[in-house]
Design a protein around this ligand. Structure first.
Ligand code: ATP
Ligand SMILES: Nc1ccn([C@@H]2O[C@H](COP(=O)(O)O)[C@@H](O)[C@H]2O)c(=O)n1
Length: 228
């Protein structure tokens, strides 16, 4: 079976990583959550006091961009945790504050260039499933299988809310919905690599699909693309 690159892009919280992880596990492929990389940069800015509600200290961030080391290492359950300069930050990067900061730092060209460079290196040998916003358009425009995933904002916000509630976090629906919509808007309108469907991407709207139904669709598409 030939090794390919699978690029999964789409809106915030629509299930990209859920389906990407499942396919990577089944296929024995590497899985890369590029959103986690932007989140790690966001956390780094917050930790250094370089991000306020209205501004990012882009000058300081640019000076230090090459000192930000982001790695993924398996945890006890075999899932990949995100490490920022040697520290496990998997839980810290999943807050709404860090998500919002990620969507802001991701508008900076020098941040995107550095993370895209690292992402391309991870995929040189193929056998990779990567999810994000620009994977099929910028990181791997030659990817053999490209998916553009979507679902209604309300459904996405409810799924994220349920996930946060299950972790014991108290957030309200309107707050999560506003975060999802704000990030979508910024992602689609930024000058650098805006979120858009690659011309050759296959659109999946999973608003009414279960996790197993969406995985089955992806599994079928993957099988077609990997036939020798
Ligand atoms: N088909 C589905 N039906 C119901 N819930 C789902 C479905 N797919 C994913 N989910 C749930 O929706 C939430 C968001 O999914 P996931 O984290 O995979 O989205 P994402 O697109 O990777 O998000 P992000 O924008 O943060 O990268 C998770 O709690 C996940 O379990
Ligand atoms: N390839 C990517 C991936 C993510 N972003 C930005 O990061 C934010 C957080 O990503 P999640 O996938 O974890 O939600 C997201 O809102 C995007 O702004 C990106 O620009 N490019």
């Amino acid at each position: 079976m030939k090794k390919i690159v699978v690029a999964i892009d789409g809106f915030s919280s629509c299930g990209k990583s859920t389906m990407a992880k499942e396919l990577a596990r089944e296929a024995g492929y590497i899985y890369v959550d590029t959103g986690a990389m932007y989140r790690a940069v966001s956390l780094y800015c917050i930790q250094n006091g370089w991000m306020t509600d209205s501004e990012i200290n882009a000058e300081e961030l640019e000076k230090h961009i090459h000192s930000i080391r982001i790695e993924f290492k398996p945890n006890a359950e075999g899932k990949a945790d995100t490490y920022l300069n040697g520290q496990n930050v998997e839980n810290e990067i999943r807050t709404l504050e860090v998500a919002n900061g990620a969507s802001r730092v991701s508008t900076l060209g020098f941040v995107r260039r550095e993370l895209v460079r690292q992402q391309q290196l991870m995929g040189v040998e193929k056998g990779i499933v990567m999810d994000g916003r620009d994977i099929g358009t910028v990181v791997f425009p030659q990817a053999e299988l490209k998916i553009f995933l979507t679902a209604s904002p309300e459904i996405r916000a409810q799924r994220r809310l349920d996930e946060m509630a299950a972790k014991g976090e108290k957030v309200d629906f309107e707050e999560v919905l506003a975060n999802v919509k704000e990030r979508d808007e910024r992602d689609q309108t930024r000058a650098e690599s805006p979120l858009r469907k690659a011309d050759d991407a296959i659109v999946i709207d999973n608003s009414a699909l279960s996790r197993s139904e969406q995985t089955e669709i992806l599994r079928t598409l993957f099988a077609e693309k990997t036939l020798d």
